[in-house]
Every structure is written in structure tokens, then in C-alpha cells.
Design a protein around this ligand. Structure first.
Ligand code: CMP
Length: 138
């Protein structure tokens, strides 16, 4: 099924100037960019985005990191885009992410793991609304 998914290239990715390489991977695979912007995430957006982790000990760290400098926010579209992007990202912990995946190729730390992708179509819908207005999604 044709799906949209929310992708964030986190502050570490933007700082390291690897955004283009990561976007190219999605495009090469056949996924398309339906929305994209460089943006400073607000505290409010960050807290909403990470709501499911609110009780976790690392919640503050997550919010601090994602708001520390600009991110590239994107809506990526394609057949089963949610699952496809997750598999291209690799495991959350870079120690477990296979070479060839984005985290397996670019990340070494759990907290600075380069990229976020929605974990389900329902999360994608919720998260897209945090970062984009309807008319920014093409
Ligand atoms: P992401 O999938 O973008 O959203 C939740 C994030 O929490 C995840 O990426 C990791 O960066 C982070 N995370 C998960 N578990 C831990 C942990 N034990 N310590 C620090 N960060 C974590």
C-alpha cells in the first residue's frame, strides 16, 4: 500500500553534512520526498514527538538533543514506506545495526543515531502533523 512516513535527519546528521547522502538512498530505492524542510524543532514539538518515551529516564536527553540544532524533516512516500524506511535505517542501537543500513553506516551512539522514522502508519500520521501542515505535504 502507498504510505507516507515521517523522517527526521537528526542534528548530528545535519552537522556532519550527510543529509544529502541519506536522502539520495531513499530516492535511489524508489521512495519519493513528499515534504521537506530544514527546521529548528521547538520544545513543544519535541515533547509531543517523543510522548511515548515521557516516562523513560532518557526523555530529557531526547528532547535536548533533537532541539539542540536544526533537523531536516521529511515526509517520505512509497509502497510500504513505513516498513521500508525502518529497514533502511537499521536497528535503533548502532551496535546492532547492520552495515549497509543508514545507522550501520553512519552512527556509533544510541543517542546520536542520525535518523528517526515512524514505527507504524498510525505514528506516521501523528508525527507528520507535528512537523508539517497539510499544505506542505505534496
Ligand atoms: P528514535 O527511534 O528516533 O526515537 C526514540 C529514541 O530514543 C531512539 O531513536 C534513540 O535515539 C533513543 N533511545 C532509545 N533507547 C535509549 C536509551 N536507552 N538511552 C538513550 N537513548 C535511547
Amino acid at each position: 500500500m502507498l504510505e507516507n512516513t515521517l523522517v527526521l535527519l537528526k542534528p548530528d546528521a545535519v552537522k556532519r553534512s550527510i543529509s544529502g547522502e541519506i536522502i539520495a538512498r531513499f530516492e535511489r530505492r524508489g521512495l519519493t520526498v513528499a515534504a521537506m524542510k530544514l527546521m529548528q524543532v521547538s520544545q513543544e514539538q519535541a515533547k509531543k514527538h517523543y510522548d511515548e518515551h515521557r516516562e523513560k529516564p532518557f526523555f530529557g536527553e531526547l528532547v535536548d538533543f533533537i532541539t539542540s540544532s536544526p533537523v531536516v524533516a521529511m515526509v517520505i512516500r512509497g509502497e510500504s514506506a513505513v516498513k521500508m524506511v525502518r529497514s533502511m535505517m537499521g536497528a535503533t542501537n548502532p551496535l546492532d545495526s547492520a552495515p549497509g543500513t543508514i545507522r550501520g553506516d553512519y552512527a556509533t551512539e544510541m543517542s546520536k543515531n542520525v535518523i528517526h522514522g515512524s514505527d507504524s502508519p498510525a505514528s506516521a500520521e501523528r508525527e507528520m502533523n507535528i512537523f508539517f501542515t497539510k499544505d506542505e505535504i505534496f
